[in-house]
Design a protein around this ligand. Structure first.
Ligand code: TYD
Ligand code: MG
Length: 452
């Protein structure tokens, strides 16, 4: 009997070591090494390297360009994040928290496409999937279900059915008989992905993989996985809210700046075509503590509502709480407001929320955050027809932000009458816009413009 080969793998980054280690030298995580059995044979399957037979170097000009024929999907949001359709033979990894709707998204894709789709599930039974399909209310006769976790069997079935799209739910449940460690372990996940990758390239069938996410939010299993696949999508959102964002983290065939927005309903996910309209509360009255920011998520302009509540601090240490916005950045903005606008930082509790349960990283939201805080503090509402777009610097200056024209035109499209932007913004053609653009250089000026 040959000796069983084993190695230790970091479950966080996939680093391989011959001995157990307390701390991973690659990602510096503690206590992440687990022994896994590996066979020698697995050495040659790290990634797909194209044709192995005598490849010769050739001039880049002489390489024949092939127009990729992309498949246009029925789902406009998915099409957009994939960079304009599905590329044949590509591997797409879809990550996201449990219960966010990954299986629902791909099942909807499977049933709504007129293409032949093989939906492989290692997590749910056929009946459970059928129940979900009924719930979503879609049906067609070109979607095949398979509950299987053995990769070799899956490939056999795929060869037989010859689907046009394969969906695997999830990569962590698969195992390959070439490797002895258990499903979900780093070496199995790596091996199965590598085999699927080769299968996709040989057969030209695009494959969607669902991947689980670890506690700290990265794709479970290894980063290695992200390197191997062509496209990495992340499905995120607050489970208690109905909105879900589909982001591109990596895309070999398109831009990573794309964003898809969905609503989760009782009957499945629905693409949101005009997100700005629904992210903003429609009330008749002007309420204090609310400011509208014209942000850009990916390449899409998005108007979001920033809500702030400022109240007198009951305890010695004032409370700060922020949802959907970086808490450190909030503290910084509050300090700027204290210095520039006489906001009494030490005696006020501040709560901040971005409506709709979405997270915003765009610095252009700063101005709306600051104005929402001041509005709540003074209990003076900001007129509902005003939007903001500007970053705030430490000295209280309003800094210009990118794609200002797009932000302005989105606010105009949604019926806002005025937008406050930095006076240092470049490339605004005031003649072209039908909205009052107020140029401000300092936070004090904005306060004067709004509350005067
Ligand atoms: P699911 O796709 O199973 O999530 P994942 O595969 O990412 O773990 O989605 C499960 C959640 O979605 C579940 O909490 C219920 C909700 N849901 C709806 O609200 N409406 C629906 O039509 C469906 C199918 C699910
Ligand atoms: Mg699932």
């Amino acid at each position: 009997m040959s000796k069983i080969k084993s190695a230790f793998f970091c479950q966080s980054c996939g680093y391989e070591a011959p001995k157990w280690l307390g701390k991973c030298p690659s990602c510096s995580e503690w206590n992440t090494f687990v022994e896994e059995i590996v066979e020698k044979a697995s050495k040659n399957v790290i990634a797909f390297s194209g044709e192995t037979k005598n490849a010769k170097p050739q001039l880049i000009q002489s390489v024949q360009k092939q127009e990729e024929e992309r498949t246009n999907l029925k789902d406009p949001e998915l099409n957009r994040v994939l960079g304009g359709g599905l590329v044949p033979g590509s591997i797409i990894l879809l990550g996201g928290d449990p219960g966010i709707g990954k299986s629902t998204l791909l099942l909807q894709l499977a049933i709504s496409e007129p293409l032949k789709v093989l939906y492989v599930s290692g997590e749910e039974s056929e009946r459970q999937i059928k129940m979900r399909a009924d719930r979503v209310g879609l049906t067609n006769d070109s979607c095949y279900l398979l509950t299987e976790t053995n990769l070799q069997n899956i490939v056999l079935h795929a060869n037989e059915i010859q689907p046009e799209i394969i969906i695997i739910d999830s990569i962590q449940t698969l195992f390959s008989t070439h490797i002895e460690s258990s499903p979900g372990s780093i070496s199995q996940v790596k091996e199965c992905t590598a085999q699927l990758l080769r299968y996709a390239k040989q057969s030209n069938i695009p494959i969607f993989l669902i991947g689980h996410i670890t506690k700290d939010g990265s794709l479970a299993g290894p980063k290695v996985l992200e390197h191997m696949v062509d496209v990495v999508l992340q499905f995120e959102g607050d489970r208690n809210h109905i909105y879900r964002l589909l982001r591109t983290i990596k895309n070999r065939f398109g831009s990573t700046n794309e964003l898809g927005i969905y609503e989760m309903h009782g009957a499945g996910l629905r693409a949101v075509e005009n997100p700005s309209e629904i992210l903003i509360t429609n009330t008749d009255k002007d309420l204090s503590g609310i400011a509208i920011a014209s942000t850009i998520e990916g390449l899409r302009p998005l108007l979001v509502e920033v809500q702030a509540l400022v109240s007198s601090a009951a305890y010695g240490t004032p409370q700060r709480s922020s949802t959907g916005f970086d808490a450190k950045r909030l503290n910084m903005l509050l300090a700027v407001l204290e210095k520039r606008c006489g906001f009494k930082l030490g005696s006020k509790d501040v709560f901040l929320n971005i409506a709709g349960g979405i997270k915003v990283d765009d610095p252009a939201i700063d101005l709306a955050v600051a104005m929402a805080v001041l509005s709540s503090n003074a209990d003076l509402p900001i007129p509902k027809t005003i939007a903001f777009a500007g970053e705030i610097g430490l000295s209280g200056e309003i800094r210009p932000v990118n794609r200002i024209e797009q932000r302005i035109s989105e606010a105009e499209k949604l019926g806002y009458k005025q937008i406050i932007v930095s006076k240092y913004s470049k490339g605004i053609d005031l003649k072209k816009v039908n909205i009052q653009v107020s140029l401000c250089g300092k936070i004090e000026e904005v306060v004067k413009t709004i509350f005067a």
